[in-house]
Design a protein around this ligand. Sequence first.
Ligand SMILES: [Fe+2]
Length: 347
Amino acid sequence: MLRREGSGDVKVFAFDPEDYRDEYRSQGWVHIKNGIAPEFFELVREFTRCELLDHRLEGFAIKGKKEQALFEFPQGFDHGRELFDVISVLCGLNRPTLTLSERHIQAYEPSAAPQPAAHKDRFGSQVSVGLSIDIPERSRLVLYPYDHRGLNPFNASAALRNALTPDELPEVALEAAREVELDDEPGDVVAFPGSTTWHLRRDSANSTNLYLKFNDFNCDPLGEDPHTEGLRAATLDLLRNGGGQGQEVIPVVARRFDAVSRTSTRNTWQEVLQARVWGEEPFPLTESQFKVLQSVDGERTLEAVARAASADGLDPQSVETDVRALAERGALDLMVPARASAEAAGV
Ligand SMILES: [Fe+2]
């Protein structure tokens, strides 16, 4: 792991987002030549060299077309100023709720397929920001911004393919689609809506990118945002200290929450309702807990949620019990209004 002391003032980007925001809004993507700050470019290169060397030494190889490593920002790095302030302006996202849902180095193997199938990034990739690090001459980033722009609602890129009919698969659906081929070079920045845009890297062999993914709806299944762990810890603290009883709290769907599934078993098609936090085993969900989960909007207090639920015939006391149970399991987080407003102020 790369650690640099005193690197808190390191800059990531070498452009003013105000200069490109209109282009992103009108065109739907933006390619910024030499958009990476030179010092950061060198820092990522050094990190990548160390990581790939470590992997080789350990005999480690991620199966598939590319190796991925979690990028670690330098100690003291100011995510708010260097990432969130820039990306919220560039892409028109809501700054107070901005979440960094991925920070991966993607290094393609020498044997990577020259023309892979297109994919959409996971749900949390409302905006995918690619920082081009090592890009061979022939390699191109290909976007399909004009066709089949449906959202990938899953927390994994590959899960979308399993939900498509044969004629919806990108290798069929995109046959007549208009593509945008970006000739990106080392030092460039590309931003596009990754979860709704089919895309691929053509002739990707030996190319390396740092991909940063962002959303403004509190989604971080992999737990890669610097605030996600602290939000969870604060929720568990609240629960230990009375579970939000007698205190105003705002329930919000937890950042690492994944999905609810209703399975019909082959035994008389008996239904099983379960919830899942990313990377964990599923747990049973009652119908009333599911209703409560659906009613949470991250803005209303627990008391207001319970009041609204009672208008729908639910017992307010049981709503509060359900909220605490869901928070215990990691499906919900609890924010105290002071913290919620601090978050809203980007603190
Ligand atoms: Fe992607």
